[in-house]
Design a protein around this ligand. Structure first.
Ligand code: ADP
Ligand code: MG
Length: 609
């Protein structure tokens, strides 16, 4: 089965396949009868729509049940502009795309704040709203009667720059446009922009912790997805020449979502297969006459028992999210010369200023005082252990400092700037990264891709450069892949670099998360119980990674219970109890400190809180 999937991946993932498909469809269009040309045209539009929802739902994780709304905006915008206002078709098309992109951007403002079923409801509302506007705003949309006479091949009045476009021409135009969109989308997905979309889908908190602004990512996802659906809508308007509200109802939204899900969300090939199936299937189901929707419903109910990850999931290994060319460039560089990671500041010089200063930090949770006036400083090239019994506020300290919760009082000074209360991604961008007590990674990403995510804050290429796979963007990607490789070898993860996180035992997750933090090349690193649940071998690997951070001049805060582990590597210790610092200083002194002994005796004598 695996061999089969690998072969399918090779065939379906092959560069030439897309080209072959376009050439076949191009010539088929010329030879086919009118009904077939019509069907193929709808197929191409469905591919575009399914990809549009795939980008938003499959890749950025934002479920949309109102996608027909974007389709409608694009269709009516193009139809009204060209018919009522006499705008030239290509111009109307561009304006229609701009309008749907804007609609997507605006929808993201409320929709970006909610998740799951609430998001499903909100997008359903958006779809209904668009449908009702199409129905009621008769002066513009023609209301229930609809808008007819839009330039189309059927009326023989579709002209682009003086050239009269017939049905076959239009199909070919749509084919090329869709192919270009898919190519750009593939490049986009295999770049740091696409990985940011996935990171937001997997865990918004993790995304924020490596400097990905979730709000921006969502607005981009809605806008780009909206633009794609808008393009489909505009093409649809000129394909059929008539627009009525019934083409944009909730059933249309469901259909589009079904194509993408059944085909395989999160892949590029999946929605193409899904669109093909569901363009072809309704025709076949007509033999069931009035029962056809029943059969359709039954198929939907049964299909996921067999195809958990859609058709693409059954057929092929999932696409990877690094530009393949960046990998080859990297290998070429790697074969040439082994590069050492840049070593940081000189750790021996006197007593350097603190990289992070926490002053009198307080945090309450509805009456519970989790942090009560905590102050501490982290200096470059030093490892500070933060210990204390369970519930003493260690994780809360990391959460407040890294921007997950705003402080109730006090200051967090990072590189002489008070970042207290700033957003997590903004703090990460300024060079403070953290790991989580429960590792937060992208489960479907490989080890390499997860580590690579750490580099997010260093990427500069724009979305356009990534979509066009501009040389500068490819160089940037290759460079980060090279650095990732160095971190993978430091973490001892090279052997599993190509395996997905979900397929690996737990211990790897912690090492991968610390690897991700190393790739971020932060100035301050906060590690929340990184050694918990690790085997002895994994612990020594972890210790090597932490020492590497120290030697590179980073300021490290290490939350840990294992005293042996802490003993070996830390320079200073801070002990928390009930949200207060009860000890600060050397390891040796801590063991004899009466306050520390009392705090630990309260929970257990072995030092494992
Ligand atoms: P530690 O990491 O030292 O085990 P935590 O920082 O997780 O401790 O928790 C400190 C206290 O704050 C605990 O009493 C915990 O229940 C409380 N706490 C932490 N996070 C929250 C939250 N989001 N809401 C309410 N209480 C919280
Ligand atoms: Mg904790």
């Amino acid at each position: 089965m695996n061999v089969f999937r690998q072969w399918m991946a090779r065939i379906l993932g092959h560069k030439l396949l897309g080209l072959v498909a376009i050439v076949v469809l191009w010539f088929w269009a010329g030879a086919a009868d009118r009904a077939t040309v019509q069907l193929l045209s709808f197929l191409v539009l469905n591919v575009l729509l399914a990809q549009s929802i795939n980008l938003l739902t499959g890749i950025a994780g934002q479920i949309s049940l109102g996608h027909a709304g974007f389709f409608a905006i694009g269709a009516y915008a193009a139809g009204v502009l060209s018919k009522t206002y006499g705008v030239a078709v290509p111009v109307a098309l561009v304006l229609a795309i701009a309008m749907t992109a804007a609609a997507g951007w605006l929808l993201a403002i409320p929709a970006g704040r909610v998740k799951e079923i609430y998001l499903a409801m909100m997008t359903t509302g958006f779809g209904l709203l668009c449908f009702e506007i199409a129905k009621e705003w008769s002066s513009v949309t023609g209301g229930v009667v609809g808008l007819s006479g839009i330039a189309s091949p059927t009326l023989r009045n579709l002209k682009i720059l003086g050239w009269t476009v017939d049905a076959v021409d239009l199909l070919r135009i749509m084919l090329v446009a869709t192919a270009i969109v898919l190519l750009l989308m593939r490049n986009f997905v295999q770049s740091h922009h696409g990985r940011a979309f996935f990171a937001v889908q997997a865990s918004e908190i993790a995304a924020g912790s490596i400097g990905i602004p979730r709000g921006t990512v969502k607005r981009r996802a809605y806008a780009i997805s909206g633009a794609m659906a808008g393009l489909a809508g505009a093409l649809y308007a000129h394909l059929v020449g008539y627009l009525g509200p019934d083409s944009f109802g909730i059933m249309r939204s469901v259909e589009v979502l079904v194509m993408a899900i059944v085909g395989g969300l999160g892949t590029i090939i999946g929605p193409i297969l899904g669109a093909a199936l569901f363009t072809w299937l309704p025709e076949r189901l007509q033999v069931f006459a009035e029962y056809q929707f029943m059969v359709y419903g039954l198929i939907l109910m049964v299909i996921f028992l067999v195809l958990r990850r859609g058709i693409a999931g059954a057929l092929i290994e999932p696409t990877r999210f690094i530009a393949p060319r960046a990998m080859t460039v990297h290998r070429a560089i790697h074969a040439g010369a082994e590069t050492k990671p840049a070593s940081g500041t000189d750790a021996t010089a006197g007593d350097p200023p603190a990289l992070l200063d926490v002053h009198d930090l307080g945090r309450n949770f509805a009456g519970l005082v989790a942090l009560d006036g905590v102050s501490l400083s982290l200096r470059p090239g030093r490892i500070t252990a933060l210990i204390g019994p369970n519930g003493s506020g260690k994780s809360t300290l990391v959460n407040v400092v890294s921007g997950i919760y705003p402080p109730s009082r006090g200051r967090v000074v990072l590189a002489s700037e008070d970042v207290g209360g700033k957003a997590d991604h903004a703090i990460a961008r300024r060079g403070l990264v953290r790991t989580f007590q429960d590792p937060r990674l992208v489960p479907t990403f490989t080890v390499r891709e997860n580590v690579l995510l750490g580099g997010q804050r260093h990427f500069r290429s724009t979305m356009l450069a990534a979509a066009l796979r501009w040389p500068s963007s490819l160089r940037e990607e290759a460079d980060m892949v090279r650095r990732t490789e160095t971190v993978l070898s430091l973490a001892g993860l090279q052997a599993v670099a190509d395996q997905t996180i979900e397929s690996l035992p737990y211990g790897y997750r912690r090492l991968v998360e610390v690897g991700r933090a190393i790739l971020a090349e932060p100035t301050v690193v906060l590690l929340d119980e990184p050694a918990a649940g690790l085997s002895e071998a994994e612990q020594s690997q972890l210790a090597a990674m932490i020492r590497h951070l120290r030697d590179a001049g980073k300021a490290v805060l290490l939350i840990e219970h294992h005293m042996d582990f802490v003993n070996d590597i830390v320079d200073d210790v801070v002990v928390l109890d009930s949200g207060r610092v009860i000890y600060r200083g050397h390891m040796r002194g801590m063991r004899e400190d009466p306050a520390v002994i009392a705090a630990y005796l309260g929970v257990g004598q072995d030092g494992h809180a």
